[in-house]
Write a protein that binds this ligand. Structure first.
Ligand SMILES: C[S@@+](CC[C@H](N)C(=O)[O-])C[C@H]1O[C@@H](n2cnc3c(N)ncnc32)[C@H](O)[C@@H]1O
Length: 282
């Protein structure tokens, strides 16, 4: 009998690795072009080249967005080496995996920092108020993880605090959470069509999703997902039982909360399943 590990989807070695392997499936996420475009547009707004351009990827996870940006910029763009990338996450196992994964340009200035999106101004890099984020990214609807009352407002207040006034831009992605989990993102209990997902990092390990249950309570969607960790011989080594929670957040609510903390919506971009809100702090 193999053991079952309870996880929030982001806090065990295998949950992190499953998440990472899933997000690397070609076409699973289609946000790289949006953030590259955001980088270029925001860079053009800068009035000085005397300091580095700061990209803060909040809820960075395994650093997917920063790695994608570095990969694109290392091919085409001299501004890569004038850019300081900071990936922040609350989960140490996510950051440990981020730090292990190779960058297209090993000399890029990338730092992985453990900290909370709800307390950005307490993160040492931003604490004295001198460093500001020129481009702040919150990808893959990670804002939906702020499920407690008041947390989305608190997070937006922190964004307004650390964003470079005037020329800085925050790209915040939002998904229609109920629609996402009604779709075929994950198999339901008893679904035999699930395919095994090989780990991209751990040799010989494969993941098999064996069940998925979605419940909604007080405006929060709880997704329970069971994933078997399989050895190369097909033995089940353990089962990750992940309960991940997502607040249902609508366009009106996000705009109202942002406006209440002084963030202006400059633009919205719709691509794939996500809407990207581009905010400015005046
Ligand atoms: C959906 S994943 C997104 C990861 C990555 N940005 C991507 O797009 O692949 C959400 C991430 O948010 C992180 N997270 C959740 N609450 C957080 C908080 N309060 N502060 C910082 N990170 C948080 C989780 O640990 C997880 O890595």
């Amino acid at each position: 009998m193999s053991e079952t590990c309870q996880t929030n989807g982001y806090d065990t070695v295998h949950a992190v690795d499953f998440y990472h392997s899933m997000t690397q499936i070609p076409g699973f996420l289609q946000d790289a072009a949006v953030y590259l475009d955001g980088y270029r547009k925001t860079l053009q707004l800068q009035t000085t080249k005397k300091r580095p351009f700061v990209v803060l990827d909040v809820c960075t996870g395994t650093g997917r967005v920063i790695r994608d940006l570095v990969a694109h910029l290392s091919e085409h763009d001299a501004d890569l080496h004038a850019t300081k990338f900071i990936g922040l996450d609350i989960s140490r196992p996510m950051l440990d995996q981020a730090a292990k994964l190779p960058l297209a340009s090993p000399t890029a200035d990338v730092t992985w920092i453990e900290g909370s999106a709800l307390n950005l101004h307490e993160v040492p890099a931003f604490r004295d108020g001198v460093l500001k984020a020129d481009l702040l990214i919150v990808a893959f609807s990670s804002i939906s993880h702020f499920i407690e009352p008041g947390q989305v407002a608190q997070f937006l207040r922190e964004v307004a605090r650390v964003l470079q006034p005037g020329t800085g831009r925050a790209y915040i992605s939002l998904r229609d959470i109920p629609a996402t989990f009604q779709s075929d993102m994950a198999p339901a209990e008893g679904d035999t069509n699930s395919t095994d997902l090989p780990s991209l990092v751990l040799p010989g390990i494969t993941y098999r999703q064996i069940g998925n249950d979605v419940q909604v309570k007080d405006g929060v969607v709880y997704v329970v997902s069971n994933v078997q960790v399989m050895s190369g011989k097909g033995d089940t080594l353990s089962t990750e039982s992940a309960t991940t929670a997502f607040r249902i957040l609508g366009d009106d609510e996000l705009r109202t909360l942002a406006s209440s903390v002084g963030l202006d919506v400059m633009e919205t971009v719709k691509a794939g399943e996500e809407t990207y809100y581009v905010f400015q702090s005046p």
